[in-house]
Design a binder for this molecule. Structure first.
Ligand code: HEM
Length: 399
């Protein structure tokens, strides 16, 4: 049996296997859900590895997600106090009741029904990308040819962001999510993106538009700063996440041909396969983080007011107390209850959109190219280990 760590741990990031969480975090999980952890700025807080405890804390409003209260689990270029000012409208980092005001305005835009209505357009976009791949060169980079453009086009159309501007915002958003960017690079990317979004908001004010951002502008409840923050959050969250699921998920399936065949050959499997890939791969791998607003007892420990708790969602999603054979990819399992979209008031606003994109895109890709395979040895695929969202930088494939 592995010893429980006797000294505070640091947030584990070194993976031994492409798709598995770092080994030690799973070992610690067997010793308990909570472990003392030293954050990147020296703060002594906690690491949370258990599924049930993670759900409990994420749903507990005695824990805050405000930027200025939370500590960074891993070194972050913008972690210095003066950089940790709240952005108006960036409601992911707000607590109730402020958060509720924004979430209420947006929930109606992201309903299951609304996303179902979007499906024909997602199918069309997917099929266009596959046509372009078929016409293009082999090998191809699946990230640039398929995984990134699909969610990017969808969120641009939904929000009302000109897709022609993508080079700029994709470059800035990549710099913003790269933990190896310098503080200057990250700061500049944020300033650029904010300026771009603010300009877009002003354009929608001048010329009313029938899209989500145009609707929020016309609704009149948010000022320009708030609209800028909302649009920024939706654009970043709306394309980087699903893009990485599409590419990493395809990589995982290519490494497991039996599971790939199940998803390719049986349309009824798509729904459970998407949930299982979300659980198995858990691309949000360095957080979230919450900070106790008062003393809270959990799992036999006292979390004191002001202490931050960093979640390992990849570990929680591999918790054997919640999932049988958690380290096995089984696209037919009813994988409900994973925490890949978070839980509680901040649970992913775009989850139905992400699900629809994945449910359509994976099977379409596998059916169009039944001979799809990696064009390089798996160990040569560059992994996004130092990005806040896990995945691959490139996925060279051929067929
Ligand atoms: C596979 C894709 C996705 C994954 C794995 C994912 C994951 C997550 C997670 C874990 C959270 C909660 C963070 C926390 O509690 O601190 C979250 C929140 C959020 N996500 Fe997603 N997301 C995905 C796709 C999307 C898409 C397509 C959108 C599109 C619009 C989106 C928009 C948001 C927003 C706005 C929030 C903040 C919600 C709030 O604070 O109330 N996400 N997401």
């Amino acid at each position: 049996m592995t010893e429980a760590p006797s000294r505070p741990v640091t947030f584990p990031t070194a993976r031994r296997h492409l798709f598995d969480p770092p080994g030690e975090v799973l070992q610690w999980q067997r010793q308990g859900a909570l472990h003392r952890m030293t954050f990147a700025d020296g703060h002594l807080g906690w690491l949370l590895t258990g599924h049930s405890a993670a759900r409990t804390v994420l749903a507990d409003n005695r824990f805050s997600n405000r930027t200025e209260l939370t500590h960074p689990p891993v070194a972050h270029p913008l972690a210095r106090q003066e950089n940790r000012q709240p952005l108006p409208g960036f409601f992911l980092r707000m607590d109730q009741p402020e958060h509720t005001r924004f979430r209420r305005l947006l929930t109606g835009q992201f309903t299951v029904r609304r996303m179902r209505q979007l499906e024909p357009r997602i199918e069309e976009i997917t099929s266009d990308r596959l046509d372009a791949m078929e016409r293009g060169d082999r090998p191809a980079d699946l990230v640039q040819a398929f995984a990134l453009p699909i969610p990017s086009l969808v969120i641009c159309e939904l929000l009302g962001v000109p897709y022609g501007d993508r080079e700029q915002f994709q470059r800035d958003s990549a710099a913003l999510l790269n933990l190896e960017s310098s503080a200057e690079q990250m700061g500049a990317a944020l300033v650029d993106l904010m300026a771009y979004m603010r300009d877009l908001v002003l354009r929608k004010r001048a010329e009313p538009a029938d899209d989500l951002l145009g609707g929020l502008v016309a609704g009149g409840e948010l000022d320009d700063e708030e609209l800028t923050g909302v649009a920024l959050l939706l654009l970043i969250a709306g394309h980087e996440t699903t893009a990485n699921m599409l590419a990493l998920g395809t990589f995982a399936l290519l490494r497991d041909p039996a599971q790939l065949a199940l998803l390719r050959d049986d349309p009824a499997v798509a729904e459970s396969a998407v949930e299982e890939l979300l659980r198995y791969l858990t691309i949000i791998h360095m957080g979230p983080v919450r900070t106790a607003l008062e003393d809270v007892e959990l799992d036999g420990h006292l979390i004191r007011a002001g202490e931050s708790v960093a979640f390992s969602l990849p570990a929680a999603n591999r918790d054997p107390e919640r999932f049988e054979n958690p380290d096995t990819l089984d696209v037919t399992r009813p994988a409900t209850g994973h925490l890949s979209f978070g839980h509680g008031i901040h649970q992913c606003l775009g989850q139905q959109l992400a699900r629809a994109e994945m449910r359509i895109a994976y099977p379409a890709l596998l059916r169009r190219f039944p001979g799809l395979r990696l064009a390089v040895p798996p160990e040569e695929v560059p992994m996004r280990s130092h990005m806040t969202i896990y995945g691959v930088h490139r996925l060279p494939v051929t067929w």
